[in-house]
Ligand binder design. Structure first.
Ligand code: NAD
Length: 480
């Protein structure tokens, strides 16, 4: 790790006060390594470095071709180091190696996409008349504070870092204190790809100290945050004081609607993947199944049997289908919500506890859990659990299905299962969610926007809008 794990002004540094934090493997609670724990002084140095690098204009004013080339090199380097980075992600998060490998490829593609987009983005000419040249150009915003969560540490960071760089900004990135390792690797690759000193900066540490110092810093022009609703609210309130530009990707309580005419096997397979991918620690997890009456009992029966058979284990091992939760504290939070579900009268069909297998005893495992006979008044149906827990509600008519699916403060994503193509499109348009999958769940592409309606967030990542979040529009009007 060279001179330390903070990256400030082109140098790897230790925390100025000497702080260290343990990084824990959630599979067996062992300590993987320790990393620097920054403080507000380190954050201040990082923001000042980013400010200087932005103001000197070398990066912000560089031709888009140069930025596109840098992002392309990062793409290539990520693929070069794919296996090592995927292994690190599995150690840090507990997710399976197969999932981590896909994450790294997706991250590489995100860099490539935003590099190509920046290279093509020529702004707009507005036709005012023959005597006027009116152009809208897009310029970088300035210094970006980028805050990422622990469930997809590398992926979520890349959705911010790649467009921020493509647009010509400088940034200070803070990953989650729970999972910092692959972000360090990514910043090393950005350095290797040739980013000038001060353009990319990395600080590590707690949200309360390092995160708050970063989002509250007066030298920051934009805050882009992915994480929980409560944290997002406090960051937005803080940003109002600037005011600073803000983008928020928050939680979800995502419906997965299954009509009786759906392909049964595909719907069950995908309902399992929707709910239990990465032990349900996915913002777009299909954690609310909404199943048509005629199919309901059979669906719940097969779903529960299949959920009970998911092979839990070490993400590094072949054959493991699902890993542990990210931390002991997070598992306790999920267990409290499972207890609430039971008290509310939801019917526990499978799971609900820690696995009996002694080989899993040291890790932060929980059994895949299915609650049936749920209704919209229950907290287990309304609150984001962010764990391996799915609730099942039932419906009779299409209108009822849509009403249940939209009955949430969130609005991140949803799924529709039916063999009726016109119904699929009709229902998709009526859902108040940022992404709707039809006869599928979870895929995304960097070319298409990602983000939430309602309390799932403000703004969009990915796609052309995801680049615009990091740009100011400027109108240049010239009398000829
Ligand atoms: P969190 O809100 O606890 O933390 C997210 C990040 O914010 C971490 O880096 C943390 O250190 C930092 N932070 C915490 N308090 C802060 C403060 N006061 N000021 C500045 N930074 C602060 O969230 P988490 O538990 O890491 O992540 C899980 C949440 O993230 C879930 O709610 C999930 O739905 C959401 N999420 C959303 C998306 C999306 O695309 N919408 C993607 C992934 C995760």
């Amino acid at each position: 790790m060279g001179e330390g794990e903070l990256y400030i002004d082109g140098l790897w540094a230790r925390a100025s006060a000497g702080g260290r934090r343990e990084v824990v493997n959630p599979y067996d609670a062992s300590v993987v390594t320790t990393v620097a724990e920054a403080d507000a002084g380190d954050v201040d140095r990082a923001v000042r470095a980013a400010r200087r690098a932005f103001d000197d204009g070398e990066w912000a004013g560089s031709p888009t071709r140069r930025r596109a080339d840098l992002l392309r090199r990062v793409h290539d380097l990520l693929l070069r180091d794919r296996e090592e980075i995927a292994r690190t992600e599995t150690l840090d998060t507990g997710k399976t190696l197969a999932e981590a490998r896909i994450d790294v490829e997706d991250v590489a593609n995100t860099f490539r996409y935003f590099g190509e987009l920046a290279g093509k983005d020529g702004g707009r000419v507005v036709d005012v008349g023959p005597d006027v040249l009116s152009r809208v150009v897009y310029e970088p915003i300035g210094v970006c504070a980028l805050i990422a969560p622990w469930n997809y540490p590398l992926l979520q960071a890349s959705w911010k870092v790649a467009p921020a760089l493509a647009a010509g900004n400088t940034f200070v990135l803070k990953p989650s204190e729970v999972t910092p390792l692959t972000t360090i690797a990514m910043i090393r690759l950005i350095e290797e790809a040739g980013a000038p000193p001060g353009v990319a900066n990395l600080v590590l540490g707690s949200g309360a100290t390092v995160g708050a110092a970063l989002t509250g810093h007066p030298g920051v022009d934009l805050v882009s945050f992915t994480g929980g609703l409560a944290t997002g609210r406090s960051i937005m309130a803080e940003a109002a004081g600037g005011p600073k530009n803000i983008a928020l990707e928050l939680g979800g309580k995502n419906p997965n609607v299954v009509f009786a005419d759906a392909d049964f096997d595909a719907a069950v397979d995908n309902a399992l993947n929707a709910a239990f991918l990465h032990s349900g620690q996915v913002c777009s997890a299909g954690s609310r199944l909404i199943v048509e009456d005629a199919l309901h009992d059979r669906f719940v029966d097969v779903l529960a049997r299949r959920a009970g058979a998911i092979r839990l284990g070490d993400g590094m091992a072949d054959g493991t289908e699902s890993g542990p939760l990210s931390s002991a504290g997070h598992r306790e939070k999920v267990e409290r919500l499972i207890a609430v579900g039971r008290e509310e009268g939801a019917r526990l069909v499978t799971g609900g506890g820690r696995p009996a297998d002694p080989a899993l005893g040291r890790g932060f495992f929980l059994e895949p859990t299915v609650f049936a006979d749920c209704d919209r008044s229950m907290r287990i149906v309304q609150e984001e659990v962010f764990g391996p827990v799915v609730t099942v509600e039932r419906f009779g008519t299409e209108d009822e299905a849509v009403a249940l699916a939209n009955d949430t403060r969130y609005g991140l994503a949803g799924g529709v299962w039916t063999s009726d193509a016109s119904r699929a499109q009709r229902v998709a348009r009526r859902l108040r969610h940022g992404t709707v999958w039809i006869n599928d769940f979870h895929p995304y592409v960097p070319q298409a926007e990602w983000g939430g309606f309602g309390e799932s967030g403000v703004g969009r990542e990915l796609g052309p809008t995801g680049l615009r979040e990091y740009q100011e529009a400027k109108h240049i009007y010239q009398n000829l």
